[in-house]
Design a protein around this ligand. Sequence first.
Ligand SMILES: Cc1cc2nc3c(=O)[nH]c(=O)nc-3n(C[C@H](O)[C@H](O)[C@H](O)COP(=O)(O)OP(=O)(O)OC[C@H]3O[C@@H](n4cnc5c(N)ncnc54)[C@H](O)[C@@H]3O)c2cc1C
Length: 162
Amino acid sequence: MTQNHYNVIIVGGGISGAALYYELGRYTDIPKIALLEKYESLSTLNSSGSANSQTIHCGDIETNYTLEKARKVSRTAKMVEKYCLQYSYENTILFSHQKMAIGVGFEEAKFIRKRFNEFKELYPYMELYEKERIKEIEPALIYDEQGHEREEEVVGMGAQNQ
Ligand SMILES: Cc1cc2nc3c(=O)[nH]c(=O)nc-3n(C[C@H](O)[C@H](O)[C@H](O)COP(=O)(O)OP(=O)(O)OC[C@H]3O[C@@H](n4cnc5c(N)ncnc54)[C@H](O)[C@@H]3O)c2cc1C
């Protein structure tokens, strides 16, 4: 019986396992590394492009992140972006897109405005959208199918081309 011996065995061929496999293969001198995947191909679950939203969570519109967490996450998220730009993956696997976090109602609108002011230093490209501006960029958030305007306060923070 043939025996295979490995210095490292990574279990699971999603993005985490594949990234670790790449890093160890490229940046260490570990001689034998195996990646085990239980299904027929890599990334068929969460990491499949059709199973997630395909956005880089850099912390700008993740309203559950503290500023401290956002600082850490944004530094690492930038590495993904830089990697793609360095290898000219723009418009192949890396795309610019608009994004927005919205607050509907008095308390939520207050939360978004406060968050925008706290986070704008870290994400200088972010914009604050008041209701009038949202009417222009995302009217379906403000008007129903009959064209009636919603009464609640609505505020968004986001970016048009990130
Ligand atoms: C609806 C949705 C939207 C999301 N949107 C985003 C987003 O916009 N941006 C973002 O950054 N993240 C998003 N995520 C999260 C992101 O998709 C996951 O955090 C990420 O894909 C997890 O990668 P993973 O490699 O850890 O796990 P997985 O992709 O789940 O990979 C785990 C792998 O391990 C294999 N495995 C498990 N057990 C064994 C075993 N015993 N032996 C061998 N193989 C095994 C599995 O088959 C699988 O292939 C989203 C997730 C969901 C569900």
